[in-house]
Ligand binder design. Sequence first.
Ligand SMILES: Nc1ncnc2c1ncn2[C@@H]1O[C@H](COP(=O)(O)OP(=O)(O)OP(=O)(O)O)[C@@H](O)[C@H]1O
Ligand SMILES: [Mg+2]
Length: 229
Amino acid sequence: MLYGMDDMITLEHLTKIYGQGDEEDLCVLEDVSLSIKRGKFTVLLGPSGSGKSTLLNLIAMLDKPTSGKIFVDGEEITALKSETARSALRLQKMGFVFQFDGLLPEFSLLENVDMPALMKGNPDRQKAQILLENLGLGPISHKLPADLSGGEKQRASIARAIRNEPALLLADEPTGNLDAARKEQVFQDFAKMSKDKGLTILMVTHDVRAADYADEVYTLTNRKLVKTK
Ligand SMILES: Nc1ncnc2c1ncn2[C@@H]1O[C@H](COP(=O)(O)OP(=O)(O)OP(=O)(O)O)[C@@H](O)[C@H]1O
Ligand SMILES: [Mg+2]
């Protein structure tokens, strides 16, 4: 498979093996090739330990594949040589919601949400506050992460991830700590963001109901990605 103009993410013969080349090695992804089109909301399902976070980390350039290539928005990210180049691309194009919220403990929710914009040189607390309000966190935006519930932190990390209006949102179980109603709300919000704003979203989840809201669904099993919607 070759990179196409309307692809946001292209994986070419992607293989990831953890280990040093002995019998203890663990192959998580084997010769995976696929592309995710711009503006699609794609859901990634798969059993625990199947390699979903591994794949997101590779696309986020937090880890390197054993072999194969990854293109994001036409750029071969696996060919980027310096951490500076990787950071710049992340800041420019990507938003992340990690499996663990990753909020900075010494800053308020509002400061956390505005942080990506500050790093890019255009902070605006009012915009950050609006994002928090949209997620029902307006009244507690001044609080520190330690004083919040897991679900509140998770919603704040979603606000932070979309603060710079990224082209690509990578979300690793962003609804793991949320109740059923809030989960559906996030799935709905993600579907709306991709539809209205052309945002490409790749979301890992264990919740099969997310499939109803997604444009495409892949299931990761036995080191391969299978398209199930
Ligand atoms: N840094 C690492 N070194 C060695 N093995 C690892 C490393 N990170 C993950 N693994 C292993 O790779 C496999 C895939 O892990 P990964 O975290 O990608 O799974 P996952 O699909 O995200 O699971 P979950 O749904 O539980 O989050 C697991 O067996 C895990 O133990
Ligand atoms: Mg995981």
